[in-house]
Write a protein that binds this ligand. Structure first.
Ligand code: SF4
Length: 360
């Protein structure tokens, strides 16, 4: 039998936390980010490496490698008398037989994925929709055919790319099996979007979001409290609420801004041109935005940067991937914000502390 560690497939560096939570199978369909200009990011999660499309055949080979690993793990389960059930004993047996597997990211990804039910997959990297539509459809169909247990396939996408796709193209991609798009809205404030060089306007965000929803996608957007610093906080909050209300995405995921080394915005912060808002200022910004929301979205604080605390020291908001359902839980979120505002700022973890921690 061929050694399991000889099967491998390419993995990109990041995926959304919610996809980590569901142990999604990661399939890299492009490499890096085609934009690399947003001043808070600059493509640094991808080490600023150049964007590359991958050939459909290459991606299919990766899917096949994942399939071989998955089949071998299942075979071992049957051989050990676990009737296809994937548990720690199966993993331990495989690693005992082939110690190299501990260092195989491909094996670890597939093992965690099938032991969690094998239901979700995430297409890496930053903007899968930039692929030619027929190529993306072919890849998604192949992935679904290879792994019929998949119930959800998701991807990052730039709003500008969605904006440029036709509704028919988006419907075709959705029909092939891609269900959810994760999009960085960051802000609905045009001046701020220009400042951070997001490459998309508020209006284009709205058109892209509405079109993706009309095509049948679950739409998950990321918003960055604090991105406008102290000076643009109010405009950021108000205009972001306006854009969110227009799109009414399925998920609003909050990612408070912390300057990231090796980005232009970090440099601005270092020389004193950007002032990081305090924990209370951010809560007040959040309050302004949340008060204006009329959405039926789920509002999620599913990231460690949402580090506000209760008096007891516990997290202020749940970091659950499904978050709070609006409008039903809007009042509860506003009450939590008030609670956070009553807590001394010294109890909350400041974004400035997080910058310092990133340097450790
Ligand atoms: S599009 Fe996304 S990955 Fe690319 S630079 Fe902007 S935030 Fe970073």
């Amino acid at each position: 039998m061929k050694k399991l560690s000889t099967y491998s497939f390419e993995l990109g560096p990041i995926r959304p936390p919610s996809e980590g939570g569901s142990h999604s199978l990661l399939i890299r369909v492009t490499r890096n980010c085609p934009w690399r200009r947003c001043t808070f990011c600059y493509g640094t999660p991808y080490n600023r490496e150049k964007f590359q499309l991958r050939a459909v055949e290459e991606i299919k080979n990766d899917i096949q490698a994942a399939k071989m690993i998955s089949d071998e793990i299942k075979n071992m389960s049957w051989q050990l008398g676990y009737a296809g059930q994937i548990n720690n004993a199966v993993g331990a047996h495989l690693v005992q037989r082939e110690p190299d597997l501990c260092r195989s990211h491909s094996f670890v990804t597939v093992f965690n994925w099938i032991s969690s039910g094998g239901r979700t997959a995430f297409l890496q990297d930053a903007d899968s929709l930039i692929m030619r539509t027929p190529d993306l459809i072919e890849v998604v169909k192949y992935l679904k055919e290879t792994f019929p247990t998949l119930q959800r396939i998701t991807s990052y996408a730039r709003a500008k790319t969605i904006y440029h796709k036709t509704l028919e193209e988006l419907k075709g991609i959705r029909a092939a099996g891609l269900n959810r798009l994760h999009v960085g809205l960051e802000s609905g404030d045009d001046e701020l979007l220009r400042d951070i060089d997001k490459g998309v306007t508020a209006e284009q965000h709205i058109i892209a979001g509405k079109k993706a929803k009309e095509a049948g996608f679950e739409f998950s957007v990321y918003v960055m409290p604090g991105l406008g610093g102290c000076s643009r906080s109010a405009h950021h909050a108000k205009n972001t609420a306006r854009v969110l209300n227009e799109i009414n995405p399925h998920y609003i995921r909050l990612r408070p801004f912390v300057p990231r080394p090796n980005t232009p915005l970090f440099d601005e912060y270092q020389i004193g041109d950007f002032e990081i808002s305090s924990p209370h200022e951010r809560l007040r910004e959040l309050k302004t935005m949340i008060e204006d929301l009329t959405v039926t979205s789920r509002v999620c604080f599913d990231h460690m940067m949402n580090a506000w605390r209760q008096e007891s020291g516990a997290l202020l908001f749940t970091q659950d991937y499904e978050g709070y359902k609006f409008p039903e839980e809007k009042e509860a979120v506003l009450e939590l914000i008030e609670e956070g505002l009553r807590v001394s700022e010294s109890i909350h973890i400041d974004a400035k502390d997080m910058v310092a921690m990133r340097h450790l």
